[in-house]
Design a protein around this ligand. Structure first.
Ligand SMILES: Nc1ncnc2c1ncn2[C@@H]1O[C@H](COP(=O)(O)OP(=O)(O)OP(=O)(O)O)[C@@H](O)[C@H]1O
Length: 232
């Protein structure tokens, strides 16, 4: 379980509070207007931002752990791929930043690439891959990182709807393989409905406790109602 306990993040004049738990294995959409603090929330969980309050994973306070030491894997909109490295190297970074891979590690990279549909493409650099294939590389990296908490910050926003749905389904399958909890920032309500059984609504300096996506969308609070109206 992920627990945010009286968490407050301050950036300049901006303040965001969160005080809730997410059960292990849950898939949660993080939704809110632009600038509401969705990326800030993920950054605090990943350990990139100073906070007051506590972030706990399975009851352990992560406060003293640097980002790389946290049980967290993160994917951003640009898939955080290095352009000068091959797909296999970009995945291998999920095992060790030194890229000195033992044979069994190299085999894990090959198998992760195959799992996401990129068998035989490990030697290609990102520029020689389509947008969807680049997303697959990022998903393959999640597989080798084997972290129990996955944070996705609008990961597939650059893709068209059909491909985005395919990637959401793939990342959902990979998360299920890993037994991972997933928090995904999205601006697309349809994606939230497709991917996440729970939704965190972020507005007015508060990330609210997760609520069942379907029930929330059937009877949204005013801010979410306005947001849905504006985004459809
Ligand atoms: N380094 C910083 N210093 C001061 N304020 C910042 C800093 N980084 C972000 N902010 C502010 O924090 C607030 C939350 O930003 P954040 O990027 O988390 O929003 P968001 O909900 O993810 O937005 P979007 O949907 O547009 O990506 C914004 O008002 C932003 O201007």
């Amino acid at each position: 379980m992920l627990t945010l306990e009286d968490l407050v993040i301050a950036q300049g004049d901006f303040r965001l509070g969160a005080d809730f738990s997410v059960p292990r294995g849950a898939r949660v959409a993080v939704v809110g207007p632009s600038g509401a603090g969705k990326s800030t929330l993920l950054g605090a969980i990943a350990g990139y931002l100073r906070t007051s309050g506590r972030v706990l994973w399975q009851g352990e306070d992560l406060g003293a752990r640097a980002p790389a030491q946290r049980p967290v894997a993160m994917v951003f909109q640009d898939n955080n791929l290095f352009p000068h490295m091959t797909a296999a190297q970009n995945v291998g970074l999920g095992i060790t930043p030194s890229l000195r891979l033992k044979d069994e590690d190299a085999a894990r990279v090959t198998s992760a690439l195959a799992r996401v549909g990129l068998a035989g493409m490990g030697a290609r650099k990102p520029a020689a891959l389509s947008g969807g294939q680049q997303s697959r590389v990022a998903i393959a990296r999640l597989l080798v990182q084997v972290k129990p908490l996955i944070l996705l910050d609008e990961p597939f926003a650059a893709l068209g709807p059909a491909l985005r749905h395919e990637m959401l389904d793939l990342v959902g399958d990979v998360a299920a393989d890993l037994g991972a909890t997933v928090l995904m920032v999205t601006h697309t309500i349809g994606d939230a409905e497709r991917f996440a059984e729970q939704l965190v609504w972020v507005e007015n300096g508060v990330a609210q406790a997760p609520a069942a996506t379907r029930a929330l969308l059937a009877d949204p609070p005013q801010g979410l109602r306005d947001y849905i109206g504006a985004s459809t």
